[in-house]
Unconditional design. Sequence first.
Length: 267
Amino acid sequence: MKNCEIGNQTKRVIAVCGKGGVGKTAFTAMLTQALMINEKAGKLIVIDADPAIGLPNTLGIKAERTMGQVRETIIDTAKHGDADDKTKLANLLDYLVLDTLVETDQLAFLAMGRSETQGCYCSVNTLLRCSIELLMQTFDTILIDGEAGLEQINRQVVSEVDDLIILTDTSSRGRETVAHIRKMVTEDGVINCRKLWVVINRVPDGFDETVLKQSIEAMNVPVLGIIDLDENIVAYDAVGKPLTELPADSQAVQRVQAISEKLLNQG
């Protein structure tokens, strides 16, 4: 099966990754909100590539179906269906992909979900990735919420991104993850990206940001922004309130808006 290409349209693909517990889902939700209100972002699609599927709740939307379920349907039909079943499935593939799409007035949302069937199904992954990439052609900004590892984004969503944001906290483990992901990109070539960034999240009051920023930039990765610990996020998470409803004067919201401006204003 041939690889598919996104094409030559002017668009921006942004992916977020980072170790567990650094607030990646919250950051992606706030970045989504910032992109929704920025005219430069254009038509926006958000793809939740984390199998945990935590992003819909923070966005205040509900995903009824996932691409993982579509994948299971394809595998089951390939194993147990007859020739007619396979033909029907091939004709319905675009519909099945679109059926997983959640659309609002401000964005579209696609959940990758978790696949239950174990084993290598590279042809299926490639087929679905092509479908996603074709779908992405109709959007101007694509925001992908991924895991710490980049293989899943490459294998199931897209092989190239414009901006890869590594979210970290102030811990040494967070910086180790930054170094690991940088190696995956620059040395192992797991995914192609035009620009690699770091965002430092949940910085406590009084913490020496300068030293932390210098330690990150010593890895030859620029710091895109620093977000202080925001009690508003803790309060919203505690009651399950969407983070897209955070007040505009929230410090974290303002920091993420500045980050979105840097992303959209670069050449």
